[in-house]
Structure formats: structure tokens, C-alpha cells
Design a binder for this molecule. Structure first.
Ligand SMILES: Nc1ncnc2c1ncn2[C@@H]1O[C@H](COP(=O)(O)OP(=O)(O)OP(=O)(O)O)[C@@H](O)[C@H]1O
Ligand SMILES: [Mg+2]
Length: 355
């Protein structure tokens, strides 16, 4: 018997949790009908990082014109849309409020349901937008600017966190390394480019936590070691960048391997090993993790690089996933600075304030 095709749905997604204002229109089949993104890099560059107040003001100015652009380009209007999905957290609260309140206003004015999206769920489900054959459950390495976690993705809204960072996120380590090396902002792509010219074995750098029993991460010590190497004057900048990137890759592979073994020892069946989040855009990280998945006889899935960093399509897609399950939200849904995907996860041993 052929499974019945679900009815067509069209969701408008709004993203504003950090320094990208992004809007997209996505349908049930994973077609990205239109998408636009306004980056704020130039506004934050003089400060070497994202300034929350500047980000929130920029979202206010940019969001509405982007919504118009997406609708105009797609030849649709709001009456054609089935639901409005807006990031409701976690992130910089001022920016989150701008997007969420805009989503609520559209929902109220057009009488369309609101779907309040966890930005991390946007990253976690985007691999299913990129690969429509990817089914639950899968093991996800979520590597972004604010998070570094390994999650068992059981279903929409159902996550088991196996690991997290006890201090900095990986993307944050890339950004700080770029700052130390004078490579500018945003740091991830700049370090990746610099690393292409360098020797990944030139600088001895630590691989934090690789001997620990649980598959957690730590990047603060690595960042300090980068600072010391730079200050020593003994190494070329490109060699530090390449050695740093290699140390991160080794940690990601080692920790993911640990998590895969844990899952295997529990006889938990998974359909794929998946990576998502901004750092997953890195072209050196991808092959190392592809090899790991192959060694465990698992398909490796990752979205295209532009779908790994923040964008509107990931929020619209998470909206599609929720909408077709009837998961809609009320207009009093709160904006949240923190919002873990697995609310039952225990605090990692040695963890600081980040979870
Ligand atoms: N090519 C790359 N190599 C390494 N890191 C990268 C690359 N491209 C982006 N990043 C890093 O990814 C991060 C941005 O990812 P993303 O946009 O998902 O983060 P965020 O939305 O700020 O954080 P979160 O999703 O945790 O709230 C930055 O830290 C950036 O340096
Ligand atoms: Mg993100």
C-alpha cells in the first residue's frame, strides 16, 4: 500500500536570535520557495563580536522588508501561508523578541497559527530538509556558535542529550582563535581559510577531555593554549590556525565516537550520523566525520553549508515539521534566552554556567 501524501503546507519562517535577520518560505516537500538573509557582520566587526543592543535594533529595521521581499519573490501573500514560525529562543533576548513579536503580529493580523521555534530544533531538523529520506532516530552532533552537543534525535520535540560542552562552544573557540590571531570577525570561516595555508602538526595543542568517560566537550583550555602559542612568537599564524582546527576535529571525532559506542552498547538503533550548526559548514570537519560514520556503517548526513549557519529556511522547516503534527502555539508563548532541547539532561560534571 502506498502511504498517503500529507496535504501541502506552506510556512513562513523568521530568524533573529543572533546577528542574522533571515526569512524564508518553505513547503511540506522541503522546497525552499524563497529565502533572504541580512547579515550584520559589518555592524559588529568593530567590536570583534556581536553587540546585543545593536543586533536587536538591526533586526527591527530589517525584518519587515525581508518578509516583503520573500513574499514578493515567491508570488505569494500571507493568505497563502499556513502558519508563521518564529524563533522564540534560545539566543540574544532582544533579537528573539523582535522576531517573535513580529511573528505574533502576523499571526494575529492574518489569522494564521503561530509556531514558536526553538532555534536549536531548527538546526537539529534541517538535515531532514536537506535529505528528505532521513528518518528518526538519528545521532546529531550539533556544533554552533553557542552550543556543542551530541543529541539522540528521537522525534520532533524529543531529544536525549548525550553530551555537551562544559565551557565554550566549538564555534566560540573558532571565533576567539580568530580574534587572538587577528583574523577578524566572523571567525570560523577566517580560521578555516588561514588553516588551508598551514601545517596541522606544527603546534602542539591539547585535545581536552579525550580520555573522559562521558562524551562531553571542553574548548576553553584549547583556546588558552592557542593564546600561549601565539604569544610565544615561535609559530606562524597559519600553522596555529591549522593546528587549532585539527585539535577541534580530533575532539569532535573522539567525542562522537564515544557517543556512538554508547548508543551501540545500549542497542539503540539509529538511522544516521548527522552534523548541523554553523561549524558544520567547515570543509575540513566534514570529511573527518564522514569517515567516522562510515566506520560505524551509518549514513552521514549534513545540510549544505548555508543551511548549517543561521538562516530562515531552518526555522520555516522546523515550523513545517511541527505544523504537520498539529503542534501550534499560543500568542502568549514566551521569548527565552535559554531553552535546552532536552530539559531532563543532567548538568555535565565540571560544567560552568553553559548547558
Ligand atoms: N567554516 C566554518 N568553520 C568553523 N566554524 C564556523 C564556520 N562557519 C561558521 N562557523 C562558526 O559557527 C558559528 C555560527 O553558527 P550558528 O550561526 O549556528 O551559531 P549561533 O546561531 O550564533 O549559535 P546557536 O545556534 O548555538 O545559538 C560561529 O561561531 C562561527 O564562527
Ligand atoms: Mg544558530
Amino acid at each position: 500500500m502506498v502511504a498517503e501524501k500529507p496535504p501541502m503546507a506552506l510556512v513562513l519562517g523568521l530568524e533573529s536570535s543572533c546577528d542574522e535577520t533571515a526569512v524564508a518560505l518553505v513547503d511540506n516537500d522541503g522546497n525552499i520557495i524563497a529565502h533572504h538573509l541580512a547579515t550584520q557582520e559589518i555592524l559588529h566587526r568593530p567590536y570583534g563580536g556581536v553587540v546585543p543592543e545593536i543586533a536587536a535594533r538591526a533586526h527591527v529595521e530589517r525584518l519587515e522588508p525581508l518578509i516583503r521581499k520573500v513574499l514578493d519573490e515567491s508570488g505569494k501573500n500571507l493568505s497563502d501561508v499556513d502558519a508563521i514560525a518564529a524563533t522564540a529562543g534560545p539566543g540574544l533576548i532582544g533579537g528573539v523578541m523582535v522576531g517573535l513579536v513580529t511573528g505574533k503580529a502576523l499571526s494575529l493580523a492574518c489569522n494564521k497559527p503561530l509556531i514558536a521555534i526553538n532555534h536549536l530544533e531548527g538546526h537539529a531538523l534541517t538535515p531532514r530538509l536537506a535529505d528528505q529520506s532521513l528518518s528518526f532516530p538519528y545521532l546529531l552532533l550539533l556544533i554552533s556558535g553557542g552550543h556543542c552537543q551530541i543529541l539522540l534525535v528521537k522525534n520532533v520535540g524529543e531529544y536525549r542529550r548525550l553530551a555537551t560542552t562544559i565551557d565554550d562552544a566549538g564555534g566560540e573557540a573558532f571565533d576567539k582563535t580568530a580574534k587572538i590571531l587577528g583574523l577578524g570577525f566572523p571567525g570560523g570561516p577566517a580560521v578555516e581559510q588561514e588553516a588551508l595555508k598551514g601545517d596541522p602538526t606544527a603546534v602542539p595543542l591539547p585535545r581536552p577531555l579525550v580520555r573522559s568517560k562521558e562524551p562531553h566537550f571542553s574548548f576553553a583550555g584549547l583556546k588558552t593554549a592557542v593564546l600561549r602559542a601565539h604569544q610565544s612568537g615561535l609559530y606562524k599564524r597559519e600553522d596555529i590556525a591549522a593546528s587549532f582546527q585539527q585539535a577541534v576535529i580530533d575532539c569532535l571525532v573522539n567525542r562522537s565516537e564515544k557517543a556512538l559506542r554508547k548508543i551501540e552498547s545500549e542497542n539503540t538503533a539509529i538511522n544516521a550520523f548527522v552534523i548541523a550548526g554553523g561549524m558544520a559548514a567547515n570543509q575540513a570537519i566534514r570529511p573527518a566525520l564522514t569517515a567516522l560514520a562510515e566506520a560505524h556503517n551509518l549514513p552521514f548526513v549534513t545540510p549544505a553549508p548555508w543551511l548549517c549557519t543561521d538562516n530562515g529556511a531552518m526555522i520555516a522547516w522546523a515550523g513545517i515539521e511541527r505544523f504537520r503534527l498539529g503542534m501550534i502555539d499560543t500568542l502568549d508563548s514566551p521569548a527565552r534566552a535559554r531553552w535546552p532541547l532536552d530539559p531532563h539532561a543532567e548538568k555535565a560534571r565540571g560544567a560552568g554556567v553553559k548547558a
